[in-house]
Structures are given as C-alpha cells and as structure tokens.
Design a protein around this ligand. Structure first.
Ligand code: ADP
Length: 188
C-alpha cells in the first residue's frame, strides 16, 4: 500500500498514521516528525526548518522535497509507505509524482481526515498542555490552519481528479475513525 494522509493540524493524522502503518505493515513517514527530530538534534536540516515551524509556515519546498526524496530512496519503503504531512501544497504533489515515477510505483490512495476548525483548535490547545509542542499556541495554530486551508486543501481536488481520494470524518473515537478509514480504503 502506498498512502498519502491529508487533513488539518489536529485532525488526528499522526495517531491514525501509526495505526494504518501497523495494519498495512508499512512505514509511516511524517515530515513533521522528521523535522522535529532534526530540530531537537540541532542538525543543519533542523536549523533550516526551525524558524518556519515556529511560525506555523511551511518549510521551503526545496528543503522538504529533498528530505522526502532521500527517505523514499531507502529500502524499507520498497513494498509500501504512508506519507503523513506530505505533500502539503500543489508543487510538492507534482514533485512527489516525479519521485514515484522515478521509483516506478504508484499511489494507491489519498486519505483526507476532515475536522472543523473549532474542534481541531480545541484539540491542539489541549495537546499543548500535555506535549508542550512549541507550535501549539493559539496564534500559531491559527496560522497553521490558514496555511492548510490555502495551500494544502486544494490537494483534495488534485487527488480526487485522479480517483484516489477518500474522505473520512475525523470526529469520534480513535478506533472508530480507524475503522472508517479502513472501510473507505477497501471500498475504493
Ligand atoms: P500539523 O499537521 O499538526 O501542523 P506536522 O507535524 O505535520 O503538524 O507539521 C509541523 C510543521 O512542520 C509544519 O507547520 C511545517 O512547518 C513543517 N512541515 C511538515 N510537513 C511539511 C511539508 N510537507 N512541507 C513544508 N513544511 C512541513
């Protein structure tokens, strides 16, 4: 299975990504997690990404695309993968197309987890208290939601046009959402 997971910040992508990765026995690749690990490790990549992340903006495409290309060149993704948080704008989607055609593989499905802005804002503010992620403050959450709406949301039409989109309501119990996703993927 080769899966792209879309959805606004706070929709539960990370949680569902881990479950789907287990279910389909594929690695979950989260660009946000890779960036955060690099920021913590103060690597050159982390230093490039940090200011954008703190502001809730997208890290520049050349940085992100190169990082994903490297990751998709590794052996463990040969039989499948789940991308969580990439692509995040139309240019990244085109770039991903190029990577996959170089690898001679195709995406199976793009899953969009939907959730309204009020719900996700409340979830992220709640998570901020537990995890202390520096971009889970109200102004930065607002910025991330705006970036999602303007830059990432257009990708749903892009994947729909290719017959790859499934949309799943992200409200409800975690298990329930996972089952909805699996059912939708199998129905595609
Ligand atoms: P969320 O979906 O909750 O905003 P992520 O962990 O997916 O969280 O992303 C956190 C931050 O990492 C983003 O706000 C952005 O700065 C950076 N980032 C993650 N993925 C990408 C991407 N594909 N392109 C550019 N920046 C990204």
């Amino acid at each position: 299975m080769r899966i792209v997971l879309l959805g606004p910040p706070g929709a539960g992508k990370g949680t569902q990504a881990a479950r789907l990765a287990e279910r389909y026995n594929i690695p979950a690749i989260s660009t946000g997690d890779i960036f955060r690990a690099n920021v913590s490790g103060k690597t050159p990549l982390g230093l490039k990404a940090q200011e954008y992340m703190t502001a809730g903006a997208l890290v520049p495409d050349e940085v992100t695309n190169a990082m994903v290309r490297d990751r998709l060149d590794q052996d463990d993704v040969a039989s499948g993968f789940l991308l969580d948080g990439y692509p995040r704008n139309p240019d990244q989607a085109v770039e991903l197309d190029g990577m996959l055609s170089d690898l001679k593989v195709k995406l199976d499905v793009a899953i969009e987890i939907t959730a309204d802005s009020d719900e996700v804002t409340q979830r992220l503010l709640g998570r901020a208290k537990i995890e202390g992620r520096s971009d889970d403050t109200e102004p930065v959450i607002r910025k991330r939601l705006e970036v999602y709406a303007t830059q990432t949301a257009p990708l749903t039409a892009f994947f729909e046009g290719r017959g790859l989109l499934v949309q799943v309501d992200g409200l409800g119990e975690i298990d329930e959402v996972t089952e909805r996703i699996v059912a939708a993927v199998e129905a595609l």
